[in-house]
Design a protein around this ligand. Structure first.
Ligand SMILES: Nc1nc2c(ncn2[C@@H]2O[C@H](COP(=O)(O)OP(=O)(O)OP(=O)(O)O)[C@@H](O)[C@H]2O)c(=O)[nH]1
Ligand SMILES: [Mg+2]
Length: 447
């Protein structure tokens, strides 16, 4: 007899006091557990108001809406019950306690989603899309995550894998008909055509400036410049709160301070850094090292200057890092009259962290650059380093396949097998328990 899976339960809504709390139960005992608590199991997918009673004491716990989803038409593919309780701490605790007495156990983080995956309700990219949707903090992130949760990437990678499988079948045919040269050559040529098309599509997909990944993680803006020019003041003005210490002493900021902003629906991470100058103590030098490191990883560097001082040069290390650079001349409230002519090729914006002058334009400009770089597109984009690695592996196998000098059908078939495995790792058709464990651990309990 097959061993039945455990029946699991968890609070699926956020912990703490709320109008409504959702407790979810999944597994072979879900129906029975719901029946014991509510004295009744409603028709599948039909919301019903019932009194929830503790099965041991018979005491009323709450009046709640109950729902039953008969498997496999449920989120996990198993029988699922949901109880919509009043969201008080004691109410939830009492229901969870009651479920613990009914041969059900508390779910691990991500266990509901893991069961949905195991039961073929979604692939890995869709599961990751759901996790991203829950984590989405801005509108653009939500748009990308909901497309992925809806199968946008699964469809693309499945189609590519199916192409590889077609090419594999043709290569196998070339092996089987190796004594009929025409047939074998024709099959091999058709396989190469398919793979050639796929290599082009993969190359285009991989060469996307990491837009999907940056959208997921946030567009990185680094405030850098000489000490005392007002970097921390600008950070505070952008964040609209006192995130960083400001003082008239040069060398105030030693460590990197980050704030996450939502600019026009785009996630932007602004980092304030230690002012760059020669000399300084050991701590300050370490701060400067971190500034340059951040600058190299940035998508945009705001090189801040003090309008009352002579203009300094952007350090080479930052220029060569490849990030977009905008010169920001701060403290314009202290100077009157004409703008200083910018001899450099970089764009220059004039602002005052103190008076707020020019800050609107600065924010608009940052949001515009973020939009250009990471706005969600109609076509599917790569969203995770995990996918990128597998796609690069796949690409390498396909290129190996195409670059064989002396066509060897056995080797060609092996390259394609590895390519299809690489694609299968993304969607989860090819099992890798370690990867699965890592992905589902990212979910919270109750998902
Ligand atoms: N008048 C005027 N003063 C400003 C402006 N922005 C910053 N300041 C002042 O300039 C001094 C330095 O500001 P900070 O924001 O600490 O400068 P910083 O670049 O972060 O300095 P370090 O952390 O030491 O590198 C403080 O006294 C601020 O009040 C501005 O727009 N106008
Ligand atoms: Mg500072």
């Amino acid at each position: 007899m097959p061993i039945l899976p455990d029946t699991i339960f968890a609070l699926s809504s956020a912990p703490g006091r709320a109008a409504v709390a959702v407790v979810r139960i999944s597994g072979p005992r879900a129906k029975e557990a719901l029946g014991r608590l509510a004295g009744h199991v409603p028709e599948t997918r039909k919301a019903t108001l019932r009194t929830i009673r503790h099965p041991s004491t018979g005491q009323d716990i709450d009046r709640a809406i109950i729902l039953f989803f008969a498997g496999p038409s449920s989120f996990t593919g198993e029988d699922v019950a949901e109880i919509l309780l009043h969201g008080g701490k004691a109410v939830v605790a009492s229901v969870l306690n009651a479920l613990g007495t009914l041969q059900c156990r508390l779910a691990e983080p991500g266990e509901f989603a893991r069961r949905a995956f195991d039961n073929g309700k979604m692939d890995l990219t869709e599961a990751e899309g759901i996790a991203d949707l829950i984590d989405a903090e801005t509108e653009a992130q939500r748009v990308q995550a909901v497309a992925q949760a809806g199968g946008m990437l699964r469809r693309l990678y499945d189609a590519w894998r199916s192409d590889v499988l077609d090419a594999m079948a043709l290569t196998e045919a070339a092996i089987d008909f190796s004594d009929e040269e025409d047939v074998a050559a024709d099959a091999a040529a058709r396989a190469r055509d398919i793979i050639g098309g796929l290599v082009d599509a993969l190359a285009k997909h991989l060469k996307d400036g990491r837009r999907g990944e940056i959208l997921r993680d946030g567009f990185r803006v680094v405030l850098a410049g000489a000490p005392n020019v007002g970097k921390s003041s600008l950070l505070n003005a952008l964040a609209r709160r006192d995130a960083a210490i400001v003082s008239s002493e040069a060398g105030t900021t030693r460590d990197v301070i980050e704030v996450r902003l939502d600019l026009d629906g785009f996630p932007v991470i602004v980092s304030d850094t230690a002012g760059i100058r020669d000399g300084g103590g050991e701590i300050e030098r370490e701060g400067i090292r971190r500034t340059l490191e951040r600058g190299r990883e940035a998508d945009l560097v705001l090189w801040v200057r003090d309008a009352t001082e002579t203009a300094d040069e952007v350090p080479r290390a930052l220029l060569e890092a490849g990030a977009a650079i905008i010169l920001v001349e701060n403290k314009v409230d202290l100077v009157s009259g004409e703008e200083r002519a910018g001899a450099e090729s970089q764009e220059l914006l004039r602002v005052s962290a103190a008076s707020g002058a020019g800050l609107g334009a600065l924010v608009t400009r940052i949001a515009m650059l973020a939009r250009e770089r990471i706005a969600p597109t109609e076509s599917p984009v790569l969203t995770q380093a995990r996918h990128r690695e597998a796609l690069e592996d796949c690409m390498k196998c396909l290129e190996d396949h195409l670059s064989q000098n002396q066509y060897d059908a056995e080797l060609a078939a092996e390259d394609l097998r590895r390519a299809s495995q690489a694609l299968g790792r993304i969607t989860g058709v090819v099992d890798a328990e370690e990867v699965l464990g890592r992905i589902f651990a990212r979910f919270c309990i109750g998902k």
